[in-house]
Design a protein around this ligand. Sequence first.
Ligand code: GLC
Ligand code: CA
Length: 558
Amino acid sequence: MNMKKKWWHDKVAYQIYPKSFYDTNGDGIGDIPGIIEKLDYLKDLGIDIIWLSPVYLSPLADQGYDIADYYKIDPRFGTMEDMDRLINEAKKRDMYILMDLVANHCSDEHEWFQKAIADPEGPYGQYFYLADAKDGRPCNWRSYFGGPCWDELPGTDKLYLHLFHKKQPDLNWENPKVREEIFQNINWWLDKGLGGFRIDAIINIKKALPFHDYPSDRSDGLCSVSNMLKESQGIGDFLQEMKNRTFDKYDAFTVGEVFDAKPEELVDFIGENGHFSTMFDFSTTCFGKSPKGWYDCQQITPEDYKACCFSSQRKVQDIGFLANVIENHDEPRGVSHYIPEGDVNDTSKKMLATVTLMLRGIPFLYQGQELGMENMPFESIEDINDVNTLDEYKTAKAAGLSDEAALKAVLRYSRDNARTPMQWSDQPSAGFTSGTPWLKVNPNYTRINAASQIHDENSVFSYYKALISLRKNPLYKDTLVYGQTVPYLESQKNLMAFFRKGEKQSLLILANFQNEPQEVLLPEENYQILINNCPQLEQQEHSLKLQGYQAVVLALGV
Ligand code: GLC
Ligand code: CA
């Protein structure tokens, strides 16, 4: 496929969850100066683009995804001077900073919402979705974090809409003034020299109006918002307007958090003139999700994982690029989620890394992934901070699960698994803070930490570094960035194998997604081993015998 080349196609991105990254002033909360201190660490790993989860002024009801002022930095994270310094320090290292654009909703503490409360009939009332309380709730949608989407607008006879937490009122994108405010803010940040944005929850901005009920899907009488998203039409007009008014003028990079996109709209989203540069591939993270809640989710197997990845690759490779992830701040740790229990070790972690970094797409690593950080062994629901997990726990209990079973079920998916502090060293609090960390550190930090891995050539960190540098090696880069993904021996169980076919070259990636060895027939007798996650490789005349979780990258025909 002939694709117009863009500056971000060959980049590797990294998500920072600032609150848990690195604390420099001992208050137990990660901060922007902490990110600046670690830029060289990221540069050394091979990172080009850094996405910061929100650092704007916020009551942190949803950890910063509830913004009270889009033009201010929350003092817990630092100052605007810190932010400017971060952008400049990144630039000096040829790195780009992305902020999180949270524009579906703001915080209930934002001045717009406060003005709407003071005068619901005035101009700010129209910044939100309000309804007369006397008529009852306009629809039976269930908020993503539980309970009805409508709540009383304090001290008034109105209700307001919130698809997420009640402290996250939805902004009314139908109002041109709201769009204008958002575009102005985006440009203000891009003028500062940002590389672009990660775009939060964006699919929700277009509501199917007028509000109406859908069949309820749980005993609470409410229904999932996804019913509405399926029906809503015309989001493209908003997104195209946003792009034309903002990103395009700066050649900015954008990555959309898009769930529930309609397959026929893929071109509109990430095609050559699409709304975004790319969007996350959530096919594996969403696999097995149940409308009933987390307690009812189906565990993903290696075969499912393969099917999800290949299906996504096939869908987009003639259209554009997806952004590949195994985890983020809303998901459990990838190694704990995708590798069967009991098999999680350095070899299997490296196998998963090989697959995700060698697929076609723009890789996004999440902080700690490069160290092989694992899920947190939370002992009680009291240790959980995340609003989503607390709600899912309630749902599981309401469905009849015991305390213990409900806890076990939600811990598998809890967003707090990935939000525990970054493990820098084996010092107290994993070297994350000199104070008390806001969320408990994973007790495995004495075993899994950056300090012990950076100089160990067999570490997970060094392996990630090798994969990233392979992606950037001028000999293979074009193939790894633009080459087609062609599945190989697709029906061989627990084998994830694929070619990356470039114009002049073919690479073959073989990953044994199980603990038992397996034999893999080779398509070609001449090859060179570029990457191997095990000390040896058993080579036979026409095949390879891969050890449990062994993964290799081969250059064919050489
Ligand atoms: C996105 C964020 C998530 C947040 C939600 C509401 O899904 O990734 O953390 O809770 O949007 O802003
Ligand atoms: Ca701090």
